[in-house]
Design a protein around this ligand. Structure first.
Ligand SMILES: CC(C)(COP(=O)(O)OP(=O)(O)OC[C@H]1O[C@@H](n2cnc3c(N)ncnc32)[C@H](O)[C@@H]1OP(=O)(O)O)[C@@H](O)C(=O)NCCC(=O)NCCS
Length: 164
């Protein structure tokens, strides 16, 4: 199902979007995912347990943002990756994407959300706080890059479902 936020679209990710998503990821991420990792997330057996969305901009539906999320067990969701092109940052698109998938995850029952974020990623931390997540722990040296190791904060929240 597609969501129209004039004049942008948020639609489920398909293989067609992957080359542009990977190119965007390479430009914006401190620890970029490679193509194979994104492709793996689109595996058919995970389709029912995934909420992967892409933000498309007019006039030619170019990819300007994405979010990848998956339920690891039961209704416990993990935010795996999110990105917005630099020119659109701070306009609330990250928040719209994240709130959309969080709402969707709790359509029927309560959902738990869990994620890791690099301690130095202040924009992402702020985004997650805005969406209701709070810090519950630290994973030492969680991120590994050529430059060394970096700690991750673990953030969590409960999204109430529409159950009576
Ligand atoms: C994290 C990211 C997705 C946020 O997207 P966005 O569309 O800019 O998000 P929003 O506009 O909804 O909100 C961003 C919030 O962070 C704040 N922010 C932006 N830069 C910041 C900084 N350097 N320090 C602190 N807060 C910052 C914004 O002011 C805004 O908060 P506010 O509404 O209270 O003012 C985007 O910055 C991004 O793509 N970063 C690179 C990829 C990345 O780091 N992904 C997360 C991996 S875990």
């Amino acid at each position: 199902m597609a969501t129209r936020i004039i004049p942008y679209w948020i639609v489920p990710v398909t293989l067609v979007h992957l080359p542009e998503i990977v190119a965007l990821e390479q430009r914006i991420a401190a620890y970029p995912w490679q193509y194979a990792l994104f492709q793996d997330e689109l595996r058919a057996e995970w389709r029912q347990r995934s909420l992967h969305r892409v933000l498309l901009a007019p006039p030619d539906d170019r990819v300007v943002g994405f979010v990848f999320c998956r339920a690891l067990v039961d209704n416990e969701w993990s935010l795996l990756n999110i990105g917005i092109v630099s020119e659109l940052r701070g306009c609330g698109w990250g928040e719209r994407l994240l709130r959309l998938v969080m709402r969707h995850s709790a359509k029927c029952e309560d959902a738990t959300w869990l994620l890791e974020v690099a301690v130095t990623n202040r924009a992402a931390r702020r985004l997650y706080e805005k969406c209701g997540l709070s810090v519950i722990g630290v994973r030492r040296g969680y991120y590994v890059s050529a430059a060394g190791h970096e700690d991750a904060l673990v953030m969590q929240c409960l999204v109430r479902g529409n159950n009576p």
